[in-house]
Write a new protein. Structure first.
Length: 318
């Protein structure tokens, strides 16, 4: 067959499947349609309710990765993916039967905790992300089932069958991982949605508004330059300013509940301390950008505070 003809057909296939200067390819269009598909929304609602009902207590924040500063699920999935890929390499070499089976077994043991962390995060995502996440999970469940069958076949001495099932499992986990990448990088699931604030706020003090226009004990939305902020004036005169868009999924904190020196996001319930923006409860894994405040001739001014810097340290630096 003519090589130019073969390469031409491959190029045409790539243009249909992959994005090009003419627009998105079939893969991207398909995933985008999946985000809008409402056919599984009843199932999603039922699963989300079940996941949220599990009595995890403080363990829920551990699974979200609040202690780590970002979601823990992507870190945990490296173990099953790594062991299963290593098993595939050993399968391609002569011998190493016991080593490949051991690696598959380790991957199966690690897949459970990884899945628990993933479902915990998934339950607090918007519906568009949950639709993609459900298919992502289905791919991973398929991979676990195939690898479990592979492990069983190898244990019974059916090595060839075990290798075939392992290759099928690696394909399934690869497809599931591709959807996981779509969730993380295109849909920004688990990303810090307040990360851009330090890059948008210029150094120094910025006018926010007249102090007399701020209600006492209630959050209001104002702006520091181009950045929306939540402002809370306490009865004693202290004024707190945080970035308004929640670091979890950009929910409007100015519409949230103020209680016990904290604000609760109205979308997914993340709780941030007014004094410094620290995330005292998830699902948010990143703290909220906070601002120092001062009153000049009856007007409120705010200045971005560096992460971990107290008000006293900021005053000394000034």
């Amino acid at each position: 067959m003519d090589a130019s003809f073969t390469s031409g057909r491959a190029g045409a296939t790539a243009r249909r499947l992959l994005p090009s200067s003419e627009g998105p390819g079939r893969v991207l269009r398909g995933v985008d349609r999946l985000e809008r598909w409402q056919g599984a929304d009843r199932l999603i609602d039922a699963v989300r309710t079940a996941v949220r009902a599990v009595p995890l207590g403080a363990g829920r924040d551990v699974l979200h990765g609040r202690w780590l500063g970002h979601p823990v699920h992507p870190l945990m999935v490296q173990v099953p993916i790594g062991t299963w890929l290593s098993a595939a390499v050993l399968d391609a070499l002569p011998g190493h039967r016991r080593g490949a089976r051991a690696l598959i077994g380790v991957g199966l043991l690690a897949a459970g905790p990884s899945a628990v962390a993933g479902w915990t995060d998934w339950a607090e995502l918007p519906k568009e992300q949950q639709r993609v996440g459900l298919v992502h999970a289905a791919g991973n469940i398929t991979a676990v089932a195939l690898y479990a069958a592979s492990f069983a076949a190898r244990s019974r001495g059916r090595t060839a069958r075990g290798k075939a099932l392992g290759l099928a499992g690696l394909t399934a986990v690869g497809l599931g991982g591709a959807l996981g990448g779509h969730l993380a990088y295109r849909q920004a699931a688990g990303a810090n949605h307040a990360e851009q604030v330090p890059h948008l706020v210029e150094p120094g003090w910025h006018p926010v508004g007249d102090l007399a226009d701020l209600p006492v004990g209630h959050a209001v939305r104002r702006h520091v330059g181009e950045v929306a902020v939540m402002v809370v004036r306490e009865p004693g005169g202290t004024v707190h300013v945080l970035a308004d868009r929640c670091s979890h999924m950009a929910g409007p904190l100015s519409e949230g509940e103020i209680a016990d020196g904290c604000v609760r996001c109205p979308w997914h319930g993340s709780v941030f301390r007014l004094a410094d923006g620290w995330n005292v409860k998830g699902p948010a894994t990143a703290p909220q950008p906070s601002f120092d405040t001062r009153i000049v001739e009856g007007r409120l001014e705010a200045r971005l505070r560096h992460l971990g810097e107290t008000a006293a340290e900021a005053a000394d630096a000034a």
